[in-house]
Design a protein around this ligand. Structure first.
Ligand code: AGP
Length: 608
């Protein structure tokens, strides 16, 4: 979603803003702009389209001189992606400039009031009300005007604000949209995410809800919504700038797929002590784990698919009931949650608006919330009762791959830990599962080394009309993820079906040559899915089967076969997903799509 950056200091602002926006490109956007104070007035340059257009318009920032400024990449919500709707937005006298990430829910009401007061609006955005409302409240004290705006608006926002009559100061505010701040010898910085300022400082401040930060060339001051100064501790970022660069790969997605063995290994190693799983962050006693009646898992997109896999695993292994919800559904269905129940929210970014709200709703109902999160210090990590980090490192490609792999590992660990305590697996099985877990990185490596075979296969399907993914049990959860990844980056229509559901409707969609990707990694369901393959084949489908090594018989039924190395019944998604993600990647590349930044999508979905 939208990205914001800001700088005030000794250096020229525009090149720093453009560089920061470049680092936030992964978030997804359709227009970009910046506002810089030139010593006399604030100048805004903005344009629809990619950042490159803004760089060309400003000659890489040279035509917008000045040492304080704000920049923005916009992902359109209110109004088309046009030059006018792009941020920053001015007040009427062009003395206040605002960039915004989030949604102002009561903007219509505020706009009507401002129009009655004589304010004229240039754009269709909700953001413009913020510029005019700040102007309305502004009587010479920026902090006072900003906090009045905060009391008046509803919704989510991270803002960067410049006042031309306070040229030595830059303001930033946050509620429910991410914002980080940093400082070095040459100035102070704001950004929606750490990569935008990492090359200037490794010590960042995560701004909390309803906090304001005042940035001067040489200092940061933090305030609450009552204009009282508040203390704030910095967080040291210990991952490298290289982690957010492509490192020789053509796309971040391919780089991140190759980082999966490491992401998997680091995630389990952080939770192993000898041959025992240690989950200190859980904050549940053994007795509480034994007494659990039910777990809720809530997430969006790919993280939700990891949750669906966990339902199959935890229910079977720990004999514990699991309900899985998409966060956007969960938050509005007033779910029945008993006091003391465990809710697990899963999120790579830790900023997904629906997941964050689901977390808050669950806590209000008295649940204990455990967050499985990749981004350290993110909103979800900060607001949950406890956090289990996935150690995948920064994920830049919009299509999530290594985060999914790491989420699966975190969920396997929870399943094994609970099962051990609840006595549903014995010591021998526990140790075998641990041995299998430790084999996964190497097995993933092996699958990745066969990527050319998937590429050749994918190239045949660049013009496909529709592709189906089928499977039963865990293979159904895998199919959902394979299908999402394909639609997301290849723009091909695809659906995932529980194989047993085909006869209840979807089989009518199968015609001569339709590609069906059938997953058969669950031995007890193997014969059932073979029957479904026979059914679609007899209606003309071309079937790719994804199954465990040691099933050569499948070659008599399917047209093309990919084998995954042997593991136990619970960990198959970690292996079988590799060819499916590779398939989506190669179809996308073959079609000439922007693999890392697919159309209409954002990496971090900070609005609902
Ligand atoms: C994954 O490929 C998608 N881009 C998307 O479904 C993503 O998983 C979803 O938006 C949830 O994001 P989160 O993990 O950051 O909460």
């Amino acid at each position: 979603m939208c990205g914001i950056v800001g700088y005030i200091g000794k250096r020229q602002a525009a090149p720093i803003l453009l560089d920061g926006l470049d680092k936030l490109e992964y978030r997804g956007y359709d227009s970009a702009g910046l506002a810089v104070f030139d010593g006399t007035r604030i100048n805004i340059v903005k344009t629809a389209g990619r950042l490159k257009a803004l760089e060309e318009l400003t000659h890489d920032g040279q035509t917008v001189p000045g040492t304080s400024g704000i920049g923005h990449t916009r992902w359109a919500t209110h109004g088309q992606p046009t030059d006018i709707n792009a941020h920053p937005h001015f007040n009427k006298d062009e003395t206040i400039a605002v960039v915004h990430n989030g949604i102002i829910e009561n903007y219509r009401k505020i706009k009507e009031k401002l129009v009655r007061k004589g304010y004229e609006f240039r754009s269709e955005t909700d953001t413009e009300v913020l510029a005019h409302l700040t102007d309305y409240y502004y009587k010479g004290n920026p902090l006072e005007a900003i906090t009045k705006v905060m009391h008046r608006v509803e919704g989510s926002y991270a803002l960067g604000i410049l006042f031309s009559d306070h040229p030595d100061t830059l303001y930033a505010v946050r509620k429910d949209s991410p914002l980080v701040v940093g400082q070095n010898d040459e100035g102070c910085f704001i950004a929606s995410d750490v990569p935008a300022i990492l090359k200037y400082t490794r010590d960042v401040y995560f701004i909390e809800n309803q906090e304001v930060v005042m940035l001067k060339e040489d200092r940061l001051t933090f305030y609450n919504v009552d204009e009282e100064e508040i203390p704030k501790e910095s967080t040291h970022i210990d991952w490298d700038v290289e982690a957010v660069q492509k490192g020789g790969y053509e796309h971040f997605m391919m780089k991140e797929m190759h980082e999966q063995p490491k992401a998997v290994r680091e995630t389990y190693e952080k939770h192993l002590c000898g041959d025992r799983i240690v989950l200190d962050e859980l904050k549940l006693s053994e007795e509480e784990i034994r007494d659990l009646k039910r777990i809720h898992i809530v997430a969006c997109g790919t993280a939700y698919h990891a949750g669906v896999a966990a339902k199959y695993i935890i229910e079977r292994m720990a004999r514990l009931r699991v309900e899985v919800d998409m966060a956007s559904e969960f938050r509005y269905r007033n779910p029945i949650i008993e006091k003391g129940e465990l809710v697990i929210v899963i999120s790579q970014s830790g900023e997904t608006a629906d997941t964050l709200q689901a977390l808050r709703n669950s806590r209000e109902k008295g649940a204990t919330v455990l967050a499985i999160v990749n981004v350290v210090g993110s909103s979800i990590a900060r607001e949950a009762d406890s956090v289990m980090y996935t150690w995948a490192g920064p994920e830049i490609a919009v299509a999530s791959t290594k985060a999914y792999s790491a989420q699966l590992i975190a969920l396997y660990l929870i399943a094994m830990y609970f099962s051990d305590i609840r006595g549903t697996i014995d010591g021998k099985e526990y140790q075998q599962l641990l041995r299998d877990l430790k084999k996964l990185p190497e097995q993933i490596e092996m699958l990745l080394s066969n990527k050319e075979r998937i590429q050749r296969f994918a190239n045949r399907y660049l013009a496909a009309k529709s592709i189906f993914f089928i499977g039963r049990g865990l293979d159904y959860s895998l199919s959902m993820e394979g299908s999402l990844k394909l639609k997301e980056i290849s723009y091909l229509h695809s659906e995932a079906y529980a194989a047993g559901e085909l006869k209840h409707g979807p089989i009518s969609l199968i015609e001569e040559g339709t590609l069906v990707m059938a997953a058969l990694t669950q031995e007890d369901l193997y014969a059932k899915t073979v029957s479904n393959i026979v059914e679609v084949k007899s209606r003309g489908a071309f079937v790719l089967a994804l199954t465990n090594a040691g099933h050569p018989d499948i070659e008599k039924v399917a047209d093309y076969v990919i084998y995954i190395p042997l593991t136990n019944r619970y960990f198959t998604n970690s292996l079988a997903i590799i060819p499916l993600h590779l398939f989506a990647y190669y179809v996308s590349v073959g079609k000439g799509n922007d693999v890392d930044k697919p159309r209409n999508l954002a990496k971090s979905v900070t609005v609902e």
